[in-house]
Design a protein around this ligand. Structure first.
Ligand SMILES: [Zn+2]
Ligand SMILES: [Zn+2]
Length: 290
């Protein structure tokens, strides 16, 4: 039998990791602090990059002291439909109710789009699965939305992600604070493997899936060892490997995972959740199998 080949988005990725949040609000919309104080709050927490994403407006980052971080221009397209993050927003895209037009406009201007907080709301649905499946061309979805920990619904949306991935969609998982009060800051972030912490290098890495989501677990390396997936993480007490439709394949104690996918189970992708101390976790991007 031919061994399964693992396609890793982390292939040839630089080993340097940069920590960043792509979703937070300021007093320019419904956030808690003016833009400069928001930047300071993230700089103090050791972030490498930050995107301010006020509702339906682009906060001018050129006027701010980045305090050692890289600031990315952004916007949260809000009115009239499911919220979409516009990463790398050089200009504001109108919040057209047809969200496909919004995503197409973002792509045409070289930006990235992320479907936000799919499971926010009293019925745990901000954007229903049919809509997420019908829309195309977005880079990913928020699999973890920090503010949703303390408001209605679920912060986690790996259920939605597994449904998309099982349907053959290749969308990356993002983790963001979506800060609306200071307590939302520093809840969930993206660790990006890039040569340099500058906008184009970060966008490139985000497009390729060279990042993972964290709420406090660091992954030291993500690679392949022959036909096996290999992850090293001093923070990880337990790895859980999931496959199509969110089915659990394996539970393996940390701090190192060496996992060869079985050939006798039909698999189209694997993804790994890394459990650390307390509620701290990390989520890898999917590894597609051939
Ligand atoms: Zn939103
Ligand atoms: Zn938001």
């Amino acid at each position: 039998m031919m061994a399964l080949r693992i396609n890793t988005p982390y292939a040839n990725a630089p080993s340097t990791q940069f920590k960043g949040n792509l979703h937070t609000h300021t007093t320019n919309s419904d956030g808690p602090l003016p833009p400069q104080d928001t930047v300071a709050a993230y700089a103090q927490r050791g972030y490498d990059f930050l995107m301010i994403s006020d509702h339906d407006m682009i906060t001018d980052i050129a006027a701010l002291d980045a305090q050692g971080m890289t600031l990315l221009p952004g916007n949260e397209i809000t009115d009239g439909g499911p919220h979409i993050l516009h990463v790398g927003a050089r200009e504001r895209i109108a919040a057209h109710p047809d969200r496909q037009l919004v995503i197409d406009a973002i792509n045409a201007r070289g930006g990235l789009s992320i479907m936000n907080h799919p499971n926010w709301g009293e019925n745990f649905v901000h954007c229903d699965q049919g809509t997420m499946e019908a829309l195309t061309g977005y880079t990913g979805i928020e699999i973890y939305n920090g503010v949703s920990l303390r408001v209605e619904g679920s912060a986690l949306a790996t259920d939605r992600w597994d449904m998309l991935l099982s349907g053959g969609r290749r969308v990356w998982g993002f983790g963001n604070d979506d800060g609306h009060i200071p307590e939302d800051f520093g809840v969930a972030w993206n660790m990006v493997f890039a040569e340099q912490c500058e906008p184009e290098a970060l966008y490139h890495a985000l497009r390729l899936g060279r990042f993972y989501v964290s709420t406090g677990v660091r992954l030291d390396s993500i690679g392949l060892a022959e036909n096996a997936l290999r992850i090293r993480s001093a923070d990880t007490e337990c790895f859980r490997v999931y496959r199509d439709h969110g089915m659990l394949l394996a539970t393996i104690d940390g701090p190192e995972l060496i996992y060869e996918p079985p050939e006798y189970i039909p698999l189209s992708y694997l993804r790994v959740e890394c459990h650390g101390r307390g509620a701290r976790m990390a989520w890898t991007q999917p590894f597609f199998l051939a």
